[in-house]
Ligand binder design. Sequence first.
Ligand SMILES: [Zn+2]
Ligand SMILES: [Zn+2]
Ligand SMILES: [Zn+2]
Length: 201
Amino acid sequence: MKEQRRTIGFVCPSCRNSVVADRSLFSLAAGNMTLPCPCGKSSLLVDYTDRDEFDITVPCPSCGEQHSVRLTRPQLMGHRLLGFSCPRTGIDSCYIGEEDAVFAAMPRLEQTLDKQQEQQEQEGTFLDENVMSEVLGELRDIAQRGDISCTCGSKRFTMDIHYSSVELHCADCGGVLRLRAATLDDLTDLCAKSKLTIHGR
Ligand SMILES: [Zn+2]
Ligand SMILES: [Zn+2]
Ligand SMILES: [Zn+2]
């Protein structure tokens, strides 16, 4: 008998890259399966209940929360493509199904997310308002200490605030430092740094 497999795809809320992986039904039913994004900031979880159900927890790129869905084995295995949409934004957060169907669906999701991000940047909203305001506060503190500099020797920079990140641009050489501002982990990372260095050109 052919081994039953499912392909799972989601978009990391932190680095915005697509994560797609293939898992056997056997490994899914072993429970406690994590599908981490290579950036280490988010992961999708699949747990297995004693009633032959699969609990899937998805990091949602459009609202920044996590969503959970419970699927029976026939639901999990019986569809060419299953999409789960965010209850807040209506945008899909995860696909499960056959490999080619999942790979076909991911680029459309990326485009939709890009469009949402553009729109929200125009409206001046952020993926996580609290994280962003904390990140900006922390950046202000570091800047006031004079601890932001560029490898070209400059200490002058401009700041670009995006939907889930902040870019520091060296005012002299145009070098860029991109800082994530999507999750609490991003904030913790930033707070752990005493100095920020822009890599100059
Ligand atoms: Zn990531
Ligand atoms: Zn969501
Ligand atoms: Zn520079």
